[in-house]
Design a protein around this ligand. Structure first.
Ligand SMILES: [Zn+2]
Length: 384
């Protein structure tokens, strides 16, 4: 409320009170928008989509007489002709698109369900599961009457998606609503697609959730990855494999990550300093042929972790340092540290060749099954 209105209210005897805009219903009139709905797990991104779905049902009941408001609007002059009807995108017609790797997340719901924590909406034939931007282009072509597309987990798709939705929105006036994670467990922009979507979208709705630490009620924006080893919470190290397919359900297996939402204070991310100070330089040495120092550190991580640089740095920071932290130290209890470092250097940093990776696996007898799975997850498949 502006100052004048505020003083008027006060002069009329009303108490001073902050007035916020109420949660409004979805706007199906404004054309050509690409809307990012971002936030960590549990922040209600999919609930936002479900509410839009229900709003659309209400808007459609108004019938054809208001279709001139909710159709057209793009640069490609698609004049609305009520007689023609079919073929014109009406933003009240909505379609829900799921990302393929995500469909296993809610196994107990019907096939056509837009599921969120706490309920679901049934979408009938206006729902599909796809895996890339070419599939989406085809869907849009086959459903030319749909004017609002909900693209769940948009950042999981290829980069081309960002320009496809931009083009369709601008030319045909249609609207895309994209609930997605924006930050990975390292607190960095998820990937190149997420970065492009930030650049190309017209609106951004940031949502937050409560911190899930048992003793905290702060607003939280971070996705926290941790493992449970012997019943204890062990944070993932900074160089943990970027992508681990599966998960999202509570797991007590020390190789399966768990995720939750945490505020800055409770988002433990140990090993970032080690990654840049030690691990990556060792990888850079290996990339020019000197693999010895890296092999020595990895051997220590496998056979005698207390002899590793990683352990030495952690002891200096989290045991003997000014701010001791058992939570951070717990990161070293997670198994297969050397394997994780190899995935980081080979698949993500591109510092190890395939041949060097094979040599390390042979020499150090690394866990082949774990490596094969994680390298495939990170799109650098290799068989051992
Ligand atoms: Zn917290």
């Amino acid at each position: 409320m502006d100052m004048h209105t505020g003083s008027l209210y006060k002069s009329l005897g009303f108490p001073s009170v902050a007035i916020h805009e109420a949660n409004t219903h979805f706007d199906f009139v404004e054309p050509s928008r690409t809307i990012l709905v971002i936030g960590p797990m549990g922040s209600g991104k999919t609930e936002y989509a479900a509410r839009l779905w229900r709003d659309a049902e209400v808007a459609r009941r108004k019938g054809q007489s208001i279709a001139w408001l909710t159709s057209g609007g793009g640069s490609q002059k698609e004049l609305f002709e009520p007689e023609a009807g079919i073929g014109t995108a009406d933003r009240r017609n909505t379609f829900f698109v799921r990302y393929s790797l995500d469909s296993a997340r809610f196994p107990d719901y019907p096939e056509d369900a837009l599921a969120f924590r706490g309920g679901y909406e049934r979408c009938g034939k206006n729902i599909a599961t796809i895996s890339n931007s070419f599939d989406l282009e085809e869907l849009i072509r086959d459903n030319s009457d749909v004017g609002t597309w909900i693209l769940d987990e948009a950042a999981f798709y290829d980069e081309r998606l960002a320009y496809l939705v931009k083009r369709e929105a601008e030319q045909r006036g249609i609207v895309f609503v994209m609930p997605t994670l924006l930050l990975n467990f390292r607190g960095e922009i998820f990937n190149a697609t997420a970065r492009l979507l930030m650049e190309t979208s017209t609106d951004i709705y940031p949502l937050s959730a409560y911190c899930e630490h048992p003793e905290c009620l702060e607003n939280a924006y971070n996705t926290y990855r941790y493992y449970v080893v012997d019943g204890e919470e062990c944070p993932a190290l900074f160089f943990d494999p970027l992508i681990i397919v599966g998960g999202d359900r509570d797991s007590n297996h020390p190789l399966e990550p768990n995720y939750c939402t945490r505020c800055d204070a409770h988002h433990y991310l140990p090993g970032k300093e080690y990654t840049y100070f030690t691990l990556k330089p060792l990888g850079q040495k290996a990339s020019v042929g000197d693999i010895g120092p890296l092999q020595k550190e990895l051997r220590a991580l496998c056979d005698d972790p207390e002899k590793s640089e990683l352990f030495r740095l952690f002891r200096a920071n989290y045991v003997e340092g000014p701010a001791p932290s058992r939570e951070h130290m717990n990161a070293l209890k997670v198994p297969l540290l050397a394997e994780r470092a190899v995935v980081y250097l080979f698949a993500e940093q591109n510092l190890l060749s395939a041949e060097q990776t094979r040599t390390l696996v042979e020499t150090l007898d690394l866990d082949r099954e774990y490596l094969s799975r994680r390298l495939a997850d990170n799109k650098r498949p290799m068989n051992f």
